[in-house]
Design a protein around this ligand. Structure first.
Ligand SMILES: [Ca+2]
Length: 185
């Protein structure tokens, strides 16, 4: 086992973003879901707000770690590199295997109850890119990725809901910016 003593956070963020890209998921794909989720509550919502929100969520370490763990397991399952019975549980996306959802839900906890309920909704109503990933075609394994995308979209939706309220309440852009920084755990 080789262990590197210091892993820079920029390296982790870059790797997580690359993982999504390699799996064919763009920030815009996730932003589309955010738009669908938030537009009914926010008349002036623009697509670019959703893209920005997804981008900010991807700055969060907890999310980056969830992406790295989840996609790694999906890829190892595709390559038949896991040991049994885990290999089959993940490759088949076995209905009672809930670790994919546990990781994704855990990553949604940092953005409060709106993120949690939105994640739950997206888990049931597969929307946009999640639906595409959920389609089992026997070649690709997205057991973890679909839930992680749901979690990112849920967090970005919750972030927009809270920011919209804060702006209505007269909070300045600087205060909101500071909040994002504090949130970056
Ligand atoms: Ca799943």
């Amino acid at each position: 086992m080789t262990v590197r003593s210091h892993i820079k956070s920029q390296e982790v963020e870059k790797a997580a973003r690359k993982r999504l890209e390699d799996r064919g998921v763009t920030i815009e794909d996730i932003a589309d879901i955010v738009y669908i989720m938030q537009a009914p509550y926010n008349e002036s919502l623009r697509m670019e707000d959703c893209v920005e929100s997804v981008d900010k969520v991807l700055e969060k370490r907890e999310i980056q770690h969830a992406i790295l763990v989840g996609v790694e397991l999906d890829v190892l399952a595709e390559e038949n590199k896991l040991s049994e019975p885990l290999q089959s549980l993940i490759a088949q996306d076995e209905g009672l295997f809930g670790v994919d959802e546990t990781i994704a839900l855990g990553a949604a906890l940092g953005y409060g109850s709106i993120a949690v309920t939105t994640y739950g909704h997206l888990d049931k109503q597969k929307i946009g890119v999640i639906e595409r990933l959920d389609t089992k075609n026997g070649v690709r394994c997205h057991t973890f990725l679909d839930d992680i995308i749901g979690s990112i979209a849920a967090n970005a939706s919750s972030r927009i809901a809270h920011r919209t309220r804060d702006l209505q309440d007269g909070m300045s852009e600087e205060d909101l910016e500071m909040r994002d920084e504090e949130d970056r755990l």
